[in-house]
Design a binder for this molecule. Structure first.
Ligand SMILES: *[C@@H]1O[C@H](CO)[C@@H](O)[C@H](O)[C@H]1NC(C)=O
Length: 482
């Protein structure tokens, strides 16, 4: 969404207008999350359809052939323990009432972070408006019991002076009450920027439920996106029944930014270093790639993903949908994953050129397709824990019937290095270690994690598990509760 797109909101009464503020924040942040992730997804990739026979001798993986792992362990969803999603307001909830006050929001969606310093092709170039990406009418009607959303300010308010405001990350309720007071003097508050973080914890239950209504009920993709997305899922099902959706983060700019050069050639490492050097707004210039990697801060390489999935016991015939931007190193690097799993599929393999044409110039719409296919997948595996991975994980946890395997990158890297040095042989005990390591990383419903101990001040908020990654307990209840 371009910064020019402005959404207008009206809330109806003073007292619970904080609710209105909240929802706008949620809305704005949802878009941010979405755009931030989508930013790296580049259109126009073409990947050949690969057959089962494409595995060449020279690329034979170091691991022994896959083990016989029970179907349930590979594909079964974690137990739901009788829990179900819950988004209804409590009896105490009062929706916002009209007071003739408005809030306008500019969705800036991580554009600035993306724009500068990246290579031309992964620039964020997307003029999509809210209604191009989301079903606007559905959004407005779904939330009408909570807040009134309008497309335009009333004529008489178009020129009135507006209070300008930034949302402040991690704010408690007090902040919103303060902000509401602005409405006593101004009919319109304009929010200039929306990529702030809503606090994860210590908010009223009804506000948290409202977040879930906004995120999981009100925000639906626009009909053309939903329809093609569902078609892609159907076509995947026709090919192989079950599939893994792999969110493969391995784009040039993110590798340059994180300083992760493991497995790259010297020339590639140097190219990334220069890109980082020349990108002004990336503050950290000197990065020890080895330390980054052993700290678990690097995305898994395509090859590492191959070893990982094989060790988990997935057979080479497994159908894998790759949700990804442009892979650094291109087809050559991707072939390191293909040698383990030849059945890699991209949306370009599933949809006709004609079908994708409408999306080709719109990175965010194209990413929306990946989002749909990822949500619907039997197993979702992110190679890196970015915003998109977290949003998909949270959504799947909310839906409750799906498995999400989050790689323990720090632990894995240690084992991969032992494999490299010969301390590990890629045998069944290696597989056992990796399966044990991920026993509790399957996207099961569990309470959201609090901040890391020992961290003080605002920094601790960053160490919390995000609400959108895990809306338990507020929006996931036992059968007895509402
Ligand atoms: C990077 O860190 C590793 C591990 O701590 C160390 O062995 C290596 O010497 C460091 N490299 C540089 C160039 O500082």
């Amino acid at each position: 969404m371009k910064s020019s797109s402005t959404s207008k909101f009206l809330s109806r009464k003073q007292s619970p207008t904080t609710i209105a503020l909240y929802i706008i924040f949620i809305f704005a942040f949802s878009i941010f999350i979405f755009l931030f992730n989508a930013g790296n997804i580049v259109e126009d990739q073409r990947h050949p359809i690969i057959s089962h026979e494409s595995r060449s001798q020279s690329e034979t993986p170091p691991l022994s052939p896959f083990l016989q792992i029970a179907d349930e362990e590979l594909w079964g969803a974690p137990s739901s323990h009788g829990l179900h999603s819950c988004v209804k307001p409590t009896s105490k909830y009062k929706a916002a009432q009209g007071i003739g006050r408005y809030l306008t929001v500019k969705s800036n969606g991580g554009l600035n972070q993306m724009r500068t310093g990246l290579d031309k092709r992964s620039f964020w170039q997307d003029s999509s408006s809210f209604s191009d990406i989301f079903d606007e009418l559905h959004f407005i009607t779904t939330l009408q019991g909570d807040v009134r959303v309008v497309r335009e300010l009333p004529k008489e308010l178009e020129l009135v002076p507006r209070a300008r405001k930034h949302f402040t990350s991690w704010s408690s309720m007090g902040y919103y009450k303060e902000m509401m007071q602005l409405w006593e003097e101004h009919q319109v508050i304009h929010v200039v920027k929306s990529d702030s973080r809503l606090a994860n914890n210590d908010l009223p239950l009804d506000i948290q439920r409202l977040r879930c209504r906004a995120l999981y009920h009100a925000l639906r993709f626009s009909p053309p996106i939903e329809s093609l997305g569902k078609n892609l899922v159907d076509r995947l099902r026709m090919r192989g029944g079950r599939y893994i959706a792999l969110h493969l983060r391995y784009e040039k700019d993110m590798l340059a930014f994180t300083g992760c050069t493991y497995g790259l050639t010297d020339a590639e490492s140097e190219e990334l270093r220069i890109l980082r050097e020349n990108t002004k707004h990336w503050k950290v210039k000197e990065i020890n790639s080895t330390e980054q990697r052993i700290g678990g801060f690097c995305p898994l390489t395509p090859k590492e993903v191959g070893i990982f999935l094989q060790a988990l016991g997935y057979p080479p015939s497994t159908l894998i949908y790759v949700a990804a931007g442009e892979i650094y190193g291109g087809e050559a690097r991707l072939s390191e994953l293909r040698s383990y799993f030849p059945n890699l599929v991209f949306k370009e393999n599933l949809a006709t050129e004609q079908e994708l044409k409408a999306f080709a110039k719109h990175a965010s719409q194209s990413a929306a397709l990946d989002y749909i296919v990822s949500i619907e997948s039997d197993v979702f595996v992110p190679s890196y824990s970015g915003n998109m991975a977290r949003a998909v994980e949270g959504h799947r946890r909310f839906l409750g019937h799906c498995k999400t395997i989050s790689p323990d990158r720090k632990g894995l890297v240690r084992l991969f290095d032992e494999l490299e040095s010969g301390e590990q042989r890629g045998d069944s005990s290696f597989s056992y270690l990796i399966r044990q390591m991920h026993k509790n990383r399957q996207g099961a419903r569990r309470k959201r994690k609090g901040p890391s101990p020992g961290i003080k001040g605002k920094a601790r908020f960053r160490t919390e598990e995000s609400f959108y990654e895990n809306p338990y307990p507020e929006c996931i209840c036992s059968s007895k509760a509402v």
